[in-house]
Design a protein around this ligand. Structure first.
Ligand code: CMX
Length: 137
């Protein structure tokens, strides 16, 4: 896979409005983007720590993956996202090694990234996202 870095850490929260002040006022980070990803049924808020982002996730739909996650496990770390290049090939590689894919081909995520998820049942309990930034930004 050879990921270059951890692109972001996804954290499920009930309310962005309630969680953002902790990251801004206590940790001293700046929320530089809020974006809805309707495909994933979430509203996201982004902070940067070095090269890595923190992505807060608030569900926009009671049947969405983040709502279901909070219902079962409460608020907290939801997924880990690795930056890779050649995402399509990396998915084929994961599949050939017996990893269960959630997305068999890349789709569009927040901030214009191409993303795909690996199932937590085949990644030792951690929902794992692979992302590729093709925009060069
Ligand atoms: N981390 C670890 N385990 C998780 C998990 C997570 N984030 N979400 C669900 N699970 C576990 C559940 O606890 C459950 O385990 P048990 O069977 O032991 O109880 C199992 O996976 C199945 O969970 P479920 O509640 O029945 O939910 P589904 O099977 O319907 O969906 C999953 C689970 C991971 C396939 C689904 O949430 C998914 O497709 N996620 C990827 C998309 C996503 O999360 N998008 C939001 C973020 C968007 C973004 O970053 O832009």
């Amino acid at each position: 896979m050879e990921p270059t870095h951890i692109e972001h850490i996804g954290i499920a929260v009930k309310s962005l409005d309630e969680a953002i002040p902790f990251y801004e006022k206590v940790l001293g980070l700046r929320c530089y983007n809020i974006e809805e990803v309707s495909d994933q049924k979430v509203r996201t808020a982004f902070f940067k720590v070095g090269q890595t982002k923190i992505e807060l996730l608030e569900s926009t739909d009671p049947e969405g993956p983040v709502s279901k996650f909070i219902e079962k496990r409460g608020e907290g770390i939801h997924h880990l996202a690795f930056a890779v290049s050649g995402l399509e090939d990396k998915l084929r590689e994961a599949e050939s090694r017996g990893v269960r894919l959630i997305d068999s081909s890349p789709r569009k995520g927040a901030e214009g990234l191409d993303i795909a998820f690996l199932h937590p049942k085949s990644t030792f309990g951690v929902l794992t996202e692979l992302c590729e930034n093709k925009s060069g930004k």
